[in-house]
Design a protein around this ligand. Structure first.
Ligand code: KIV
Ligand code: NA
Length: 267
């Protein structure tokens, strides 16, 4: 297997071959996605996708650390980035450092991601200067759902567009090695991509971003509700339902287990 991609290698991809990123929360998913990706994101979207929570707000540091450790164990080449959950970093740069260090020590992941713009820039700088690579996340920031009132696209007004561009520029200037741009009208993503020095990773943003990310369960057709920006590459929910239906029918007719699945006594 190839050597794991490093933060400087990701940074060096600015304006080059697009960066490929998907979320992973479990070891098996990480094993399957890793050969095709540059980065794996242990997203706090796991709150809804695997815990059935109503938003990412209730997700804890313990949940993130456990899933991040599994994803590191299941991957060899992708840079593993772990989301800092709501409440673990906003109070101060010091709080963010302790939480990020804990995530990295518990999991072996090499970088963290945190949501927010200009207000988080001092925190991005504080972590970066102390050896923790930070990925930014601007635009639609799901941890702020209670403030935003929903998950609609951001930046439809000129003022909001300017704020989002300024947010991305602030976290990039503070040392972020990459910035996720989520759910914004396309010209914002293009302007950010052209004006910041590190790679942008789009989700509901633009093909002009330096890379793209999707929630794996969304693109696999496994999660029930998906945003407009998701493209489905499979219908795994349909295939899992069909497999469960076939199994149930065979159990009920005693067709399963068959001769190959039972142990014969020694002759
Ligand atoms: O939690 C997540 O999956 C994310 C991506 C959608 C960027 O933050
Ligand atoms: Na997230």
């Amino acid at each position: 297997p190839r050597k794991r991609l490093t933060v400087p290698a990701i940074r060096a991809r600015k304006g080059g071959e697009p960066l490929v990123m998907l979320t992973a929360y479990t070891v098996r998913t990480a094993q399957l996605l890793d050969p095709h990706c540059d980065m794996l994101l242990v997203g706090d979207s796991l709150g809804q996708v695997i815990y059935g929570l109503p938003s990412t707000v209730p997700v804890t540091l313990e949940m993130m650390a456990a899933h991040a450790a599994a994803v590191v164990r299941g991957s060899y080449q992708s840079l593993v980035v772990v989301d800092m959950p709501f409440g673990s970093y906003e109070a101060s740069p010091e709080q963010a450092f302790l939480s990020a260090a804990r995530l990295m020590k518990d999991s072996g992941a090499a970088a963290v991601k945190l949501e927010g713009g200009a207000a988080m820039a001092p925190t991005v700088r504080f972590l970066t200067e102390r050896g923790i690579p930070v990925m930014g996340h601007v635009g639609l920031t799901p941890q702020a759902v209670n403030l935003l009132g929903g998950y609609g696209a951001r930046g439809r007004s000129a003022e909001e567009a300017a704020k989002i561009v300024g947010d991305a520029q602030a976290v990039a200037a503070a040392g972020a090695f990459s910035v996720v741009i989520e759910g914004v009208v396309e010209p914002i993503a293009i302007e950010i991509t052209r004006t910041i020095a590190c790679p942008t990773i789009g989700i509901g943003a633009s093909a002009e971003c330096d890379g793209q990310v999707l929630v794996a369960e969304d693109m696999l057709g496994l999660f029930e509700r998906t945003a407009r920006f998701v493209k489905r590459y499979d219908d795994m929910a349909g295939r899992i339902g069909a497999a469960a239906e076939a199994y149930a029918a065979e159990v009920r007719t005693r067709a399963f287990p068959g001769a190959e699945q039972v142990y014969a006594p020694k002759a």
